[in-house]
Unconditional design. Structure first.
Ligand SMILES: [Fe+2]
Length: 350
């Protein structure tokens, strides 16, 4: 459907079509087999694509519309995309994801949505050893990571220190772009903890033209996201840092953002950048929208046109505590082979 130049997808029909196709694939192949096939996600997506396309065509939806929607809009909340069945206790770590019908239909559903969005499901070797999907749960034990997993998460884009698609890191051109889309799927969220999304168009609306220009200048240093710090240190020799760079970028697809409230540094004597950053962060708070994911829901967050975060999760872990699964999508058209790891079908450098 096209309204005033903008593609709008019928979220209910899309969720229904994807649910049917994902469930069909898992039931036809069996759990063990589909778990193995997910190790070569592009091959599996290609096999499932014809059935998916005709299922959606019957519902009046084309892949092109989904792709446009995923790129144009800050987020897309799809309800009831998979059946969160047969769940064991919520895991205590990022990996592994236990192979049950519920978690496998979830993963196939995300794979189908990434294919419809014109994207490849990818991971980065420096984060969680390159796992394609990870549990977002309250982590077991002590330490900064465990603490961070319980608290609120301020607005950020994922892998914010990595380049925008179509650009290079100034010090290492092998570094792959950050993801275009972050897929968040809920298996459990009994306290209804909201995910927050801050659309970029709302943030920009609260800034002056001069402040926008300042944020397009090379005046912000972005440190690696916490989950990437150890891995980038191992691969690059030191944790990745993007020194004195821009957080807003003009692309062919409009203005893009990369940002992290907790991992950026500016020169405190540069009053222009200090005040632009302050205003940017105030406006993020003002335009934050809350999305409560229910079990079975999938949220596509546009990682270039929105920041995301979440409310505090609380102390509980394991058992029936909150459990989301995350995957990354990237439009890999034109991605140089050197930005991938040879012999792995989805892992990007670093
Ligand atoms: Fe994130």
């Amino acid at each position: 459907m096209k309204i005033q130049g903008v593609f709008v997808v019928d979220a209910t029909e899309l969720a229904d079509g994807v649910r049917l196709c994902a469930a069909r694939a898992v039931d036809a192949e069996g759990l063990e087999q589909i778990a193995r096939q997910l190790e070569a996600p592009q091959e599996l997506a290609s096999r499932l694509q014809p059935g998916l396309v005709s299922e959606l065509a019957a519902r009046g939806i084309s892949a092109n519309e989904v792709s446009r929607h995923a790129r144009d809009f800050p987020y897309l909340h799809l309800k009831g995309v998979f059946d969160p069945a047969d769940l064991p206790d919520t895991p205590l770590n990022w990996t592994p994801i236990p192979d049950t019908r519920g978690t496998l239909t979830l993963r196939v559903a995300i794979l189908l949505l990434s294919r419809l969005s014109g994207m490849e499901l990818v991971s980065y070797k420096s984060e969680n050893g390159g796992a394609l999907f990870v549990n977002l749960v309250t982590l077991d034990g002590q330490g900064a990571m465990a603490e961070k997993s319980k608290g609120p998460m301020k607005g950020h884009t994922d892998a914010a220190s990595f380049p925008f698609r179509g650009t290079n890191d100034p010090s290492d051109e092998r570094i792959a772009p950050s993801p275009d889309v972050v897929f968040l799927a809920a298996l459990r969220n009994q306290d209804g903890v909201p995910t927050t999304v801050m659309p970029l168009h709302g943030i920009l609306g609260g800034l002056t033209a001069a402040q926008i220009e300042v944020l397009k200048g090379d005046r912000v240093t972005l440190l690696a996201q916490r989950s990437f710090q150890r891995g980038t240190r191992e691969i690059l020799g030191e944790a990745h840092v993007l020194y004195n760079s821009h957080v807003l970028h003009e692309s062919d697809e409009g203005t893009w953002v990369r940002y992290s409230h907790s991992n950026n540094v500016v020169d405190s004597e540069d009053v222009e950048i200090v005040s632009a950053k302050e205003r940017f962060e105030q406006t993020c708070l003002l335009c934050a929208q809350q999305v409560v994911l229910q079990p079975g829901d999938v949220l596509l967050v546009n990682n270039r046109k929105a920041l995301h975060g979440r409310a505090p999760v609380g102390e509980a872990n394991g058992g029936t505590s909150r459990w989301l699964v995350r995957g990354y999508g990237l439009d890999t058209t034109g991605l140089e082979a050197g930005r991938r790891y040879e012999g792995t079908p989805y892992m990007l450098y670093p």
